[in-house]
Design a binder for this molecule. Structure first.
Ligand code: C2E
Ligand code: CA
Ligand code: CA
Length: 853
């Protein structure tokens, strides 16, 4: 990128890449948008730049600057080199008050001769007039006048078809130099002091005419620093007449017009825009001379040389300067007979320069044209696609924020490599939206896009029934762990492709991250079949040995007022109800499920407060022996709300087991029970054994033994007054630990009852290995066996087996006298059930045991 900055105009470190220079530049590709040290910048490509200086003028950061020869000029002057200066005529207008002082100061520096460019301006006009006279009858017209270096350079580089139209006459400054050297015999180094920046390029191409260029700004800065207060001075040579207005924007055109009949137009344009060139091109194509100008002048700076990039702008005074010029023009014309015909003017001009050889002031132009590489349509397509410009409309926004006039120009700039798509504000917007709506891992829409599109589908298809589906890859983290994150990403990619195919072109598929996907499609049997017929996601190409399966939850969008997020939630909640490592599972969200979820949420939110408010109450269900004597009671918990509403344990216990709160509740119930038993015991009551339930969740807790032994120590109850009930399901997979826990409790002296015996697990096996004392027969078992011979036989043999193992048997859920009679006949030890008593409040139970009346 450094190669860009070898030219005359360049960006310094203040550049922030605001694109204003790109917009001001007339040449596509002269400004290159780059990133330097992480910062946006626009640098100048000197191979394309025509040094018009527009970018210097428009840069709000003052980051565009230029190179001139001021250093060598001032060093040369200090070394007493032989130096003469040509000073642009505009200097006297711009720096009116200081101009003569500056000239005095220049002389004090040792400058030999000072020429005003107005001198050469008159010579240049003379040579141009001669050329036009010689050619004006030809079909060649209109001609272009070489008066602005930026314009000439632009023709040489970009608008090559105008090259032959350029009048081969030097500009005023060069004519001045040629005259000084050849006709006045000035051999000193010739330095041009001007508001122009392009001159520096011009002098390097016409070596030996002008030797160096220094800008007005450089001179004025040094002059101000010098605080010069010496004598003032005037130029040694100036133009005599019209040369004094040559620096005004249309000065050259006005001067040339003086020498031709009125029917010949000398047109003027300022600005190097494509528009100017299309006007010029149009002029060229008009056939009759009367319909086109004889010649045209074009300058790049808005107010001609008064506005050159090498001078501070005096915008506020531009109008006063123009008035000044008008006055000067009138003054200058005093000597010319304006009223008289152009012929008289011409005669005077010829007389003025009779001693000069016109050929001395001619010049030639060079062809620097470089055929631009033609960008193929496919490249444009590629670039536009990368910029998310996928419609004709988007490709022709032409907002100009990038600096270019059209999206096509911007795309060309990107193709040539001198701009970046990131400089297009619309691309950045689209990209942000893209990133906002696309999941980077899978490249498919994300949650935000899903919600947006699903809402749209619902809205625009009021008659259709849709289903929201939430899917998760089973054990996705394991895939990551076993095969690496890269393989995990690939799995997600395959899943996304499969699911996209499943929902079809009408449906939506989104990736929510972490192996979660969301689908939305019309609820039709065909669509459902396409989803549910897929048994697993085939990832064998990735070398994954096991079947990748997913669990899906589905929610049919019945109520359209429900938000998509809620629908997704319902689907997700039901998703986890089923899963299988062997095949995809599909679980539909139902109303019961909905109610259950609501209840769970409510209970979970309420439970801690309930415990603090002591809403959990102990109920006792008495147990009797066949003779009808009270031999024990089971503690069953009730949640009694402030308003008297009773929640039964079959509602809240499973929820507490899910959320873990059961561990707290069990400890709470035990402690309350121990307290009660201690009170009864202290009151001299012969306490029957009280059975306390241990949830399977609590039994897994490592510190439960220490908690029970603390109770044991703190309350020192006779151990026979407390039994603990466990369920065999607690340790299905780890019997050793179950045995350890059971022994821990038994060692404290408390008997262990196996609750719900026969409820479905490998009951008999457990019985063999786990050291229990009491067997509680599941009531369901009893109910089912009532009318069948077989059930009776089973109970009979279970009780017999328990007797053999010296286990006490308790039958729970005894509801009828028939059941009771049967249980007694087979030797069941204890009976518990509604036939005898429902679970009763603590106060009621205390009355039963005679603790209170
Ligand atoms: P469970 O431990 O099997 O308790 C016996 C359940 O059977 C009690 O239900 C009781 O009211 C009920 N029951 C008693 N006799 C009959 C009968 O003749 N017919 C019928 N149909 N049912 C009868 P409850 O109190 O609703 O408790 C349900 C379950 O909640 C209990 O089953 C137990 O697993 C659990 N639970 C209750 N309180 C606690 C507690 O404080 N801690 C723990 N961990 N679990 C408890
Ligand atoms: Ca129980
Ligand atoms: Ca039970």
């Amino acid at each position: 990128m450094r190669s860009y900055n070898t030219g005359i105009v360049y960006s310094d470190e203040k550049c922030i890449g605001c694109n204003k220079c790109i917009a001001a530049c007339s040449v596509l590709g002269a400004n290159c948008a780059i990133i330097q040290n992480g910062q946006n910048r626009v640098v100048v490509d000197s191979r394309k730049c025509v040094i018009c200086g527009s970018c210097v003028s428009v840069c709000p950061q003052k980051a565009r600057t230029y190179r001139d020869d001021s250093e060598s000029f001032f060093t040369g002057a200090a070394q007493s080199q032989n130096i003469s200066v040509i000073i642009d005529q505009s200097f006297f207008v711009l720096y009116k008050d200081r101009a003569r002082s500056v000239l005095g100061w220049l002389r004090s520096l040792g400058v030999k001769n000072i020429y005003s460019s107005s001198l050469g301006a008159e010579i240049s006009v003379w040579a141009n007039v001669r050329y036009l006279l010689a050619h004006h009858e030809e079909d060649e017209a209109p001609f272009l006048v070489n008066c602005c270096p930026a314009f000439t350079l632009r023709v040489e580089r970009e608008e090559i078809d105008f090259l032959k139209k350029l009048i081969p006459v030097h500009s005023p400054a060069f004519c001045t130099a040629i005259y000084a050297k050849k006709y006045l015999g000035d051999t000193s180094r010739m330095v041009f002091i001007s508001p122009c920046v392009a001159v520096k390029d011009l002098i390097s191409r016409h070596k030996g005419t002008i030797d160096a260029s220094v800008s007005f700004d450089s001179i004025i800065t040094r002059f101000n620093e010098a605080k010069y207060s010496g004598t003032e001075s005037d130029p040694d040579q100036t133009g005599r007449t019209f040369g004094n207005i040559i620096s005004a924007e249309d000065g050259m055109a006005r001067c040339l017009a003086l020498f031709f009949p009125e029917k010949y137009i000398i047109a003027h344009y300022n600005n190097l825009s494509p528009h100017t060139f299309s006007v010029l091109r149009n002029e060229t194509q008009n056939c009759s001379l009367s319909e086109r100008p004889l010649a045209s002048t074009v300058v790049s700076c808005r107010n001609g040389c008064l506005d050159g990039p090498g001078t501070k702008k005096f915008r506020s005074t531009v109008s006063s300067i123009c008035i000044e010029y008008f006055r000067m023009f009138t003054d200058s014309m005093k000597d010319l007979d304006i009223e008289a015909s152009h012929k008289r003017n011409l005669e005077m001009l010829e007389k003025q320069f009779a001693a000069l050889d016109c050929a001395d002031f001619t010049c030639s132009f060079q062809d620097h044209y470089q055929q631009p590489y033609r960008i193929p349509k496919s490249t444009y397509d590629e670039i536009f696609t990368a910029m998310h410009k996928n419609t004709v409309k988007k490709r022709s926004v032409n907002c100009g924020f990038c600096g270019y006039r059209s999206c096509m120009e911007m795309a060309s700039a990107i193709a040539y490599g001198y701009n970046r798509k990131e400089n297009c504000i619309h691309y950045m917007n689209e990209e942000m939206a893209f990133r906002y709506f696309i999941d980077p891992q899978t490249g498919i829409p994300n949650r935000a896009a899903f919600v947006r599109d699903a809402e749209l589908l619902l809205k625009s298809n009021p008659a259709k029934k849709y289903v929201v589906c939430s899917g998760n890859v089973n054990k996705f983290k394991i895939i990551d762990d076993l095969y690496g994150f890269e393989a995990g990403d690939k799995v997600l990619h395959i899943v996304s492709v499969v699911l996209k195919y499943t929902v079809g072109s009408e449906g939506l598929c989104a990736s929510l991250g972490g192996g979660n996907f969301a689908l939305f499609f019309e609820y039709t049997p065909e669509n459902m079949a396409r989803l549910t017929k897929r048994e697993f996601i085939d990832c064998s190409v990735l070398g994954i040995a096991f079947r990748v399966t997913m669990r899906f939850g589905l929610y049919v969008a019945q109520d359209r007022s429900e938000s998509i997020m809620n629908m997704m939630n319902y689907a997700t909640i039901s998703m986890d109800k089923n899963s299988s490592p062997m095949e995809n599972t599909f679980t539909m969200y139902t109303q019961e499920f909905h109610d259950q979820m609501k209840l769970e949420t409510m209970i979970t939110a309420d439970m801690q407060g309930a415990m603090e408010r002591q809403e959990f109450k102990l109920f006792f269900q008495p147990q009797y022996n066949p003779a009808g004597t009270l031999v024990g009671a089971e503690v069953l918990c009730r949640w009694i709300k402030d308003d008297g509403f009773i929640r039964t344990p079959d509602v809240f216990i499973p929820i507490f087991e899910k959320n873990g709160f059961i561990k707290k509740l069990d400890r709470y119930v035990w402690e309350k029970s121990f307290q009660a038993i201690q009170r009864w015991h202290s009151a001299g009551i012969k306490v029957v054994p009280i059975s306390l339930n241990i949830s399977r969740i609590t039994l897994k807790d490592d510190d439960i033994i220490s908690f029970i032994s603390d109770l044991h120590k703190n309350y020192s109850l006779p151990p026979h007054t407390v039994h603990f009930e466990i369920t065999e399901s607690a340790y299905m997979n780890d019997q050793k630990r179950l045995i350890g826990r059971v022994n821990g409790i038994r060692n404290l002296g408390y008997a262990i009852a196996m609750d719900d015996f026969g409820s479905g697990y490998s009951s008999l096996n457990t019985l063999k290995d786990v050291p229990i004392d009491i067997l509680k027969l599941d009531m369901g078992f009893l109910r089912e066996s009532e009318n069948t011979e077989r059930g009776g036989t089973i109970i009979n043999s279970v009780v017999r087996m328990a007797q053999d193992l010296k286990l006490m048997t308790i039958a729970e859920g005894v509801e009828t006298q028939n059941q009771a009679d049967f249980l007694c006949s087979i030797g069941c030890d204890v009976l518990q059930g509604f036939l005898y008593s429902r679970p009763v409040s603590q106060a009621e139970f205390e009355r039963i045991i005679g603790f209170s009346k």
